[in-house]
Design a protein around this ligand. Structure first.
Ligand SMILES: [Zn+2]
Length: 246
């Protein structure tokens, strides 16, 4: 549920890898071009979402889409979310570093997510060395989740600093976490299962930027039950995105 579309070549490789591993569905966002990753203009995010939609049509049933917007452009972002849901059939909102998720500019996006019952996948990364401008940290997610208890917020990468991340959102049942990214610390998945419950953890990779197999290995190799692995790898996402589980 955390895949990116960059260029065609790397995306074809992503599709090949995911299928080889037995993945049945991927949820994709496009944050390109490189200069538009964090603060895309409406023109850039419209183009990017359209590219995801092209792949949704090409790989029907396998590729689903996150609509990527920038809260700094209120009207354009809200219009794009409507378009993405109604015309493209996208199933959630992806936000990166347009603004911190406690910023008042973010509020209309949360309201829209609530009214359309869409989950938000929010990039989150606590950095001891300082964040990228507009980057959210786990305590920001907690503030937004408390203000909007009916919105499902997915804290990507478990917040980067996963110990801090888990602690910050533990009491907030509307916050899920994803396992994607470069962190492969010992005990990460086991702690998340113990503190949050397997039902709040989603398997993600962050392909094509991060290695697929180490991300899958985090779950497969974790000292948790088969049932908990199944929840993380399949059932939670199926439930969240309205698919069938079983
Ligand atoms: Zn990502």
């Amino acid at each position: 549920m955390h895949v990116h579309l960059h260029d065609e070549k790397s995306f074809c490789h992503t599709l090949k890898l995911e299928r080889k591993a037995g993945v049945v569905k991927i949820v994709v966002s496009c944050l390109d071009p490189p200069d538009g990753i964090y603060k895309p203009t409406p023109e850039q995010f419209r183009k990017n979402n359209k590219r995801v939609h092209e792949w949704m049509k090409r790989e029907q049933g396998f590729v689903e889409g996150w609509v990527y917007v920038n809260p700094e452009y209120k009207k354009e972002s809200l219009d794009e979310i409507e378009r993405a849901v109604n015309e493209y059939g996208m199933i959630g909102i992806k936000l990166e570093c347009g603004c911190v998720c406690t910023d008042p500019q973010y509020r209309p996006i949360l309201e829209k997510a609530e009214s359309l019952a869409l989950p938000i996948l929010q990039h989150t990364w606590f950095k001891a060395t300082g964040c990228i401008p507009g980057e959210s940290i786990p305590s920001d997610i907690a503030v937004s989740a408390k203000t909007f208890p009916n919105v499902t917020l997915i804290m990507a990468h478990m917040g980067g600093d996963w110990q801090r991340g888990i602690k910050a959102v533990r009491s907030l049942s509307n916050v899920l976490v994803d396992t994607s990214g470069s962190i492969v610390d010992c005990g990460m998945i086991e702690t998340a299962v113990k503190e949050l419950g397997a039902g709040r953890i989603l398997f993600g990779t962050d392909l094509p930027d991060i290695d697929f197999w180490s991300n899958l290995g985090k779950i497969e190799g974790a000292e948790i039950s088969q049932k908990q692995k199944r929840s993380i790898l399949y059932e939670n996402a199926a439930r969240l995105f309205g698919g069938t589980s079983g």
